[in-house]
Each structure stands twice: as C-alpha cells, then as structure tokens.
Design a protein around this ligand. Structure first.
Ligand code: NAI
Length: 259
C-alpha cells in the first residue's frame, strides 16, 4: 500500500510511545518518511535498539529511549531527555496499550488497575509531562479504540480504559487550546500482535481462522485493517494541515461504528 506523506511532517519533533508493537513500529517508519524527527519509547531496550538501527540504516532521524508509560518518574525522565535533545516538542503520539478480554465478574482488581494504568493513566502522565514542552502549533494524537465507544462483552476494563482516553482527549483539547491541538483515533481491529495474541486462545487451525475472519466480517468493509491504514490519519492530525481540528475522535474501523 502506498500513501504519499513525504515532507508533511518536515522537521516535526515527535515522541511516539509503544514503538516496538505492531502499529507503533509502522508509525515510527511512516512518521520518519513524512520528515519527522522521532524519539520512540517502549519497554524493551534491546528490541528498541533494533528498531533504532533499522530506521537509522534507512537514513531516518530516530532515537529509542526505554520508558514504562505507567511510571510518572519514567515519563518525566523521557520528557527530560526530549528537553535536553530538542529543547521543545511538536507532536506527541500516545500509542502504547494493552488488552484484556475477560468477563467483568472474573476481572481482578490488579487486572483492572493495570489496564487503566497502561491505557489511560499513561496518556494523562504523558500530556502532563510533554505539553509544557510544546509551543503554538503543537499536536497530540491519542490512540483510543472502537472498543472505547461501543460496549462489547468481556471488555469492561479495556473498553472503559479506552473510553477514558476519548474524554481525556476532549478535556485536554479545551485546556490546551489555542496552542496545542488534541485528537483521538479509534481503530477497529488492526492486524498486529495485539489481536493475533488475543485470538491465539482459540484452538489452532480452522476454528482460529474462522474467528479471525469473523472479526473482519463484522464490519462493512469485510476485513480487519492494517497499521498502514491507521497511521496516515495520525500523520494528518499531527501536521499543520489539521490546524483547525481539535477535540475530535475518529474511527478507523472499516465502517464498524456505522453498522
Ligand atoms: P501491540 O501489542 O503490538 O503494541 C503495543 C505496544 O505497547 C507494545 O510494543 C508494548 O510493549 C507497548 N506497551 C505496553 N505496555 C507498556 C508500558 N507500560 N510502557 C510502555 N510501552 C508499553 O498492539 P498494537 O495493536 O500495535 O496497539 C497499539 C495501540 O492501538 C494500543 O493502544 C491499542 O490498544 C490500540 N488499538 C489496537 C487495535 C488493534 O486491533 N490492533 C484496535 C484498537 C486500538
């Protein structure tokens, strides 16, 4: 799939979280291809260094810095690293996240808290740490989920944590205006390790294939999406082309929200 984004983020100093996962990895590559300078963060130092080497070899300006997005101290340290490196920031892309599929009555307090820490508190911590580095024209893009806007069985912790991201986005848009725009993206099922691992509990073989197929069939476009179909919207929202857009949540879900 080819998407022309060359130069649309020329020189934009960008922080992306969750960069070693499915969508984060593609986001780093596509943001760099669009001309951004990127500091990417995730948990695993070795995997992150591998990504840094890969993008560096392709001539991109990408640096990896490990951080746990649930930790106030580590997010603040990441902001300190960015301040030292660039003395400012143009784009924050909050992408890190985890999923849990469990009935509400079987969900433990630890699981509930973990989901909200990784998916929601992380966005609060990052906005609080990075917004002070962003001047006029700054843009924050938060990855929520279609599951944050639609009730689904076994998704009480995940859905509520992602619903929190939607409202947090809108409040931040109000409070950080007029300098910084804040928007959210709500992907439907996208082919990354997250739904693949999730579905790996279905018995291997035809049954698993059928379950995967059913994820696609549930939406008008009859398939799951690709990271390359989500990231271009993030690039648009991060760019100056979206200069009059803030406080909005966008579905990228093959039409599921309309069905
Ligand atoms: P993924 O599992 O491939 O990537 C998530 C990344 O977040 C991983 O690299 C992981 O190490 C990182 N991460 C987890 N906990 C962290 C922590 N405490 N600190 C720092 N990094 C941490 O998943 P995928 O699909 O790439 O997901 C990206 C975002 O998109 C997530 O927020 C997810 O909830 C959201 N999303 C994904 C959908 C999908 O179908 N793939 C659908 C809707 C939303």
């Amino acid at each position: 799939m080819s998407t022309t984004t060359t130069g649309r983020l020329a020189g934009k100093r960008t922080v992306i979280t969750g960069v070693t996962g499915g969508m984060g990895r593609v986001a780093c590559r596509m943001f760099c291809e669009a001309g951004a300078r990127v500091i990417g963060s995730d948990l695993d130092e070795a995997v992150g260094r591998g990504l840094e080497e890969e993008l560096g070899a392709a001539g991109h300006d990408f640096t990896f810095k490990a951080a746990d997005v649930t930790s106030e101290a580590e997010v603040e340290a990441l902001a300190g690293f960015v301040r030292q490196r660039w003395d400012g920031l143009d784009v924050l892309y909050n992408n890190a996240g985890i999923i849990l599929g469990k009935p509400l009555l079987g969900t433990t307090v630890e699981e509930w808290d973990r989901l909200h820490a990784v998916n929601t508190r992380s966005v609060f911590l990052a906005i609080r740490a990075f917004a002070p580095l962003m001047g006029a024209g700054g843009s924050i893009v938060n990855i929520s989920s279609g599951g944050g806007a639609r009730a689904m069985r076994n998704m009480s912790a995940y859905g509520s944590s992602k619903a929190g991201v939607i409202l947090l986005t809108k409040v931040a848009a109000l409070e950080l205006a007029p300098d910084i725009r804040v928007n959210a993206i709500l992907p439907g099922t996208i082919d990354t390790p997250m739904p693949r691992n999730f579905i790996s509990r279905v018995p291997a073989g035809g049954e698993r294939e059928a379950a995967w197929q059913a994820l696609g069939d549930g939406r008008p476009l009859k398939r799951v999406g690709l990271p390359e179909e989500v990231v271009p919207l993030a690039i648009f929202l991060a760019s100056d082309e979206a200069s009059f857009i803030t406080g909005v949540d966008y579905f990228v879900d093959g039409g599921r929200a309309a069905a």
